[in-house]
Design a protein around this ligand. Structure first.
Ligand code: MN
Length: 243
C-alpha cells in the first residue's frame, strides 16, 4: 500500500556475475520491495523466482498484516511447486522483502522471508539483519557448532533449509512487523551480495552513498569487484516521514 505519510526513495540494481544467467527476480513498486533467488537449472530458477514474485505482488493491495503475508507466501509456494521440473530437480526460490503497511495507525514495514536472501535495516548508520537465514550453516551457527565469523566461508553456506517450491509440501515464512522510523534505510539482497561482502563492508557502502539508487549501484559494483561469483540483486529503500 502507499501510505502518504511516508516518502520513499528507491534504488534497484542487479547483475549476472559469473553465472551463465540471472535467476534472481526483483519487484520494487507500490510500496512492495522483494528479491527472489531462483534455483533449479536451465530456465527453471528464473521461472521459479518470477512466479513467486507474481504471486507475492498481491501484498501490494490494501493494508496487509502478518496473517495475509503468511497466506500469500503459502500461495506462492503452491504456484512454484506446480511448475514443471525439466531436470528432475524441483525448481525453488527464496523470497525476502518488505511491504509498507500500517498497524494501529502507525506506518510499518511488514518483513517477509523464506530462504537465505536477506532483509536488513540501517537506522542511525547502523546496519542490522532483520531476517534469519534459512540455511544449514545459519542453523549450525545458532546451535553453536560453527562460529559466526566462519559462516561466510563454510562449504554448506548455500544449502537452504526453506524455499518456495522445492521438495517440501509446506512452507512457513518468517514475518516481522516493524514501525517505520524516519531515516530508515531498508536493504533487500540475494546471497550474491552477502557471500562477497561482509556486513561491515555493506554498512560502509550504505553510509557512503546518500541516494538509494547510488547505494544499490555501489553495492552491486562492490560485489562484482569482489568476485561476483553469483547473481547479485539489491534493493535500497529510504523512508522519510511527512508531518
Ligand atoms: Mn544466489
Amino acid at each position: 500500500m502507499i501510505d502518504d505519510r511516508v516518502v520513499l526513495d528507491v534504488g534497484v540494481a542487479t547483475a549476472q556475475g559469473q553465472r551463465s544467467r540471472n535467476e534472481d527476480s526483483v519487484w520494487a513498486a507500490d510500496g512492495l520491495y522483494l528479491v527472489a533467488d531462483g534455483m533449479g537449472g536451465h530456465e527453471a530458477g528464473e521461472v521459479a523466482s518470477r512466479t513467486a514474485i507474481e504471486v507475492l505482488r498481491g501484498l501490494a493491495v490494501g493494508v496487509p498484516g502478518p496473517e495475509e503475508a503468511r497466506r500469500t507466501v503459502r500461495r506462492a509456494h503452491a504456484f512454484v511447486r506446480d511448475l514443471p521440473s525439466s531436470t528432475g530437480r524441483r525448481p525453488g526460490t527464496t523470497a525476502t522483502g518488505v511491504v509498507l503497511t500500517e498497524h494501529g495507525q502507525t506506518p510499518c514495514w511488514l518483513v517477509v522471508n523464506v530462504g537465505d536472501s536477506r532483509t536488513y535495516r540501517m537506522a542511525g548508520g547502523v546496519l542490522e539483519q532483520v531476517t534469519l537465514d534459512h540455511s544449514e550453516v545459519a542453523e549450525l551457527v545458532a546451535s553453536g557448532v560453527v562460529p559466526a565469523d566462519q559462516a561466510s566461508k563454510h562449504p554448506r553456506r548455500n544449502v537452504v533449509t526453506r524455499v518456495l517450491g522445492g521438495g517440501s509440501p509446506h512452507v512457513e515464512p518468517d514475518v516481522w512487523l516493524l514501525p517505520v522510523s524516519p531515516g530508515d534505510r531498508m536493504l533487500m539482497c540475494s546471497d550474491g551480495l552477502t557471500d562477497e561482502l561482509s556486513d561491515a563492508r555493506i554498512q560502509a557502502e550504505l553510509r557512503a552513498q546518500s541516494g538509494a539508487q547510488a547505494a544499490a549501484d555501489s553495492l552491486v559494483a562492490a560485489a562484482l569487484a569482489a568476485g561476483g561469483h553469483d547473481n547479485v540483486t539489491v534493493i535500497v529503500v529510504d523512508a522519510t516521514l511527512r508531518h
